[in-house]
Design a protein around this ligand. Structure first.
Ligand SMILES: Nc1ncnc2c1ncn2[C@@H]1O[C@H](COP(=O)(O)OP(=O)(O)O)[C@@H](O)[C@H]1O
Ligand SMILES: [Mg+2]
Length: 135
């Protein structure tokens, strides 16, 4: 459903990816708090691409499952891969002091989190946030 892929190689691209995530999540009806969760997660993944792989892509997509809608974000790179995923996913391992608190933070901010990595081949992180129905 209307994928949008942003090439990510520097700080400006991170801003562009955030912006695109903000726009799509707003248009889907996510509230401000969820929009911020989503853009924070995008920032973290995009920054990891720039820092550890040099370049890659962020793909944004509207997803539907049954009667619910959501946003799916896929961060892909062909960098070195993550040596020790268990360690990388540990709280407190993150060296950044950003709002998102690294990969464990991204997992907490989103509803689904899937990380695939292969040494010397690259890393793909796929995250999803579902829209809650207002009742
Ligand atoms: N796309 C990536 N490619 C290679 N290594 C990565 C990638 N993303 C994360 N890593 C590794 O996983 C570690 C944890 O990432 P993260 O939780 O974002 O914390 P931080 O970036 O603050 O160190 C990083 O220090 C890095 O070694
Ligand atoms: Mg990071």
């Amino acid at each position: 459903m209307g994928d949008k892929t942003i090439q990510v190689g520097d700080e400006l691209d991170i801003v562009a990816a955030r912006q695109a995530g903000r726009e799509l999540s707003r248009s889907l009806g996510f509230n401000i708090v969820d929009q911020t969760r989503i853009t924070t997660a995008i920032s973290e993944l995009a920054r990891n691409i720039v820092l550890y792989a040099g370049k890659g892509t962020i793909t944004l997509r509207k997803v539907k499952e049954g009667d619910r809608f959501g946003i799916e974000i896929t961060a892909r790179d062909s960098g070195s891969g993550i040596d020790d995923v268990e360690l990388a996913m540990q709280d407190g391992y993150s060296t950044s002091n950003g709002l998102g608190a690294g990969l464990p933070g991204v997992r907490r901010l989103m509803d689904e989190f899937e990380l695939k990595t292969a040494l010397g081949k690259g890393t793909t992180v796929r995250i999803v946030k579902w829209l809650r129905k207002n009742i």
